[in-house]
Design a protein. Sequence first.
Length: 305
Amino acid sequence: MRRYLAYGEISLALILWVLALKGRLLGQEPYVTFLYQFAWWPYILFLDGLLLQLKGKSLLFDRPGDFCRLAVWSVTAWLVFEAFNFILANWRYVGLLPNRWGRWPGYALAFATVLPGILLTAQALEALGAWRGLKGASRNLGYWQPCSLTLGVALLVLPLMAPAYAFPLVWSALIFLLDPFCDLLGGKSLIRRWAAGERGELLCLLTAGLICGVWWELWNYPAGAKWVYALPVLNFGKIFEMPVLGYLGFPPFALECAVIYNFLSALESTIINTTQRRRVFYLLQGIFWVVMFAAIDAWTVMSFR
């Protein structure tokens, strides 16, 4: 039965992609404006079906509550990078709906795919045997957390101080800034796992970042509502809308996504571990969404349709 469910997910994803491509070629709505959503939600459905086929486990069907939480965290996490972009001004949005009540749900639906897309891609690669059994030498890092925190702060502050030249550092800052807190809270730490000689998960994440980066740019290029880049330097050799060297940022971004997820998971299990605290936590996220959506409209959107 579960095998047929997996085939159903994969088949539905393929059908939705075909409809989206056909609709875009014919200039039909909602495919033109919402092409990103028609690319990524079927992609997540495809990955979930693939994992169900390979491992017998489905995030969407077995743990729908965890999936919804991951999607909510994904919006919040991406909005942090949108906040950085107010200073960096590395991308702008064009062709969005003029109606806020159509545009804001579009933001949420698009940003909700980031963490699921990255993490499910990495899990699928692992299930397919990528980097299986790869080990490295174990290392004793000692009290590595203060050094990692210092490096994370530096990588975060430098782009804000010199955005014209240090802007790429944003795509690795949160790895070193948040991973020590993951470890101190008793959660999963990528740096500690690397020090223990575990290489497979990190390489799957790095590969997943590159795959998702290509998928992002592939579907963004023909979309009606899309982002365009305005990098101060290195803005050459574009593949789709992304300058070629920009693709180097996707692998470390995947590590950031994993660390953000690990941090929020550890935070929820140790500190935000009561119903009242969770309600406050999610209420604050909702307020953050509203503020950021309004700010994106004001500073990041170049034009509406």
